[in-house]
Write a protein that binds this ligand. Sequence first.
Ligand code: GAL
Length: 666
Amino acid sequence: MRDWPSDRIALGGDYNPEQWPSHVWAQDVALMHTAGVSFVSLGIFSWSWLEPEPGRFEFGWLDEVLGLLHDGGIAVDLATGTASPPPWFSHKYPDTLPVDVDGRRLWPGSRQAWCPSSQVFTEHAVALAEQMARRYHDHPAVAMWHVSNEYGCHNLPCYCDRCAEAFRTWLLDRYGDLEALNTGWATAFWSQRYTAWEQVLPPRATTTFGNPTQALDYWRFGSDTLLAQFVAERDVLHRLSPGIPVTTNFMTLDHFRMLDYARWAPEQDIVSTDHYVVQVEDPRHDQQAELSFAGDLTRGLAGGRPWALMEHSTSAVNWQPVNPAKPPGQLLRDSLAHVAHGADTLGFFQWRASRAGAEKFHSALVPHAGQDTKVFREISDLGEACARLAEVVGSRVLAEVALLWDYDAAWACGLQGHPSSAIEYGQVPHDLHRALRAAGITVDVVAPGTDLAAYKVVLVPTLYLCSQDTADAVAAAARAGAQVLVTYFSGIVDEVDHVRLGGYPGAFRELLGIRVEEFFPLLPGQTLTLDDGSSGTLWSELMRCEGAQVHASYADGPLQGGPAVTRNPVEAGAAWYVSTRLDQTANRALLEQVLAAADVRRPVAAAEGVEVVQRSDGTRTWTFLINHTDRDAEVSLAGRNLLTGRTVSGRWSLAAGAVAVVREDD
Ligand code: GAL
């Protein structure tokens, strides 16, 4: 496999030359040099320019652009161009347009307007990918293939009749026969028993709550269907363009949970993703912590290997109600935070801000105001930093704590008819991750099924749906010496969303040495106090200890005197349980005890607000220090700061908003 450029942290972004007159292209390449750009993702939305009429291809303009980029030493992540079919496609095949939950067919005129189950779409996409691969497989500029774009971002779920048909085939494959489907979907409930496959439908708009397992399976089906589309294009590229890595850009940010990336990641030659910082009103939301979480999740999907950030923004996006610009310095902090968490490639959307079209007010590397701008200067500084960080490329992030994250559990947790609609899958994972990040502890966010043997602490937050294998692996980790921490609404149901009987949390009850009889969800604004002074919101439980020790009890409310937080010694390790959403101070205090029991220590002493992450190649260690505060911050660490070239030792001050990357063996 040809190497994606590795002589520096790759820097670049989406390049859409078809939006500009050709005389701008040479200027672009020259400017890319000025900025230190080393790669571009090219042709992502170019289908209508590559194939303006069915079967008639126009590659001349792309030949020219590729030539210019190659002459300029810019590596190309070449798209197959299949993210958005041209108007002629939907005009010729109108039934390839997706259908919403109410049965309305969507119109063309935006992007990604195709039904995930459409064979006609797949055939046309694969045909274009084949043309691209045949023409460019040995082009010296092409260093990676980029299939489609953010699969599922706009066209999932589709509820059309074709999807209904494909869903039945998918279900037949999963369940084997109708009898098993009836059992899995528990159709004895509300007279839903199916007697013929034609009766089975997608979870379209219904009178009231639909069947939860049907809804869950529809998420799985949608993810698998799009994955098959990706694989179809990828296989053509592997066959016709061997040795060039193939990827598609994921969206591992918190607000996107349409695809089960744990099933997608093994199909990628390089795991790549996009990330945008967003405004969220939840007072507990912390943009920077969410960015770190996304990096840790992407790294988990990549099996710990370095990954590629395909897109982030130099400043404002344009798709929120209000789109704040990034203040000076945030571009560098955001980008290097991604590198700290394992990225070796930093891509942005997009190279040159569009003059027109739906994204004309989205930031870019070259803003409307041109080169003499804050953004372009900051990009040029980042370009220099990427070169200075060359030696970090290929190294791995060090972490002793694992946090289980599962898209299946997320989908199931979000289904209707639950004890509290205020329980959102991401809440506790982010709470715990944020508390650990603040304490200078790095977390690997990993999918169930990941080998947990190397971890000293294993966190299992709101893993509502959980297989027996996962429960067994978590218990084995505790027996082998890990401190395991499970939180409420975990292990409640099996893979078909059937409750595990005998007391909650069924899958973990024995490991935790507790038995929960009844959920006591809290109303919005309601807070319970615990006897250690901490507080809980959202959720509480009537439980008793069956072997576990009480760590904290409810001090008020209907469960007063009952256990709230427990700890169960398990052979070489222990299993902790938290039955409410603790406040962040309490989460920090609890995690400190868990970390102490596991002998996990922060690697470097740094003031509050300084993010600390380490990468290592086995011999050398690089410590990333990111000061997210507006105050100078004290750090104790000796080595060479690669970003300035200067040595540091003893206690020193990291300037407000500054980043340092210190190689410690110097
Ligand atoms: C991404 C997408 C890009 C661009 C960007 C704007 O989701 O892949 O094409 O639309 O958002 O933030």
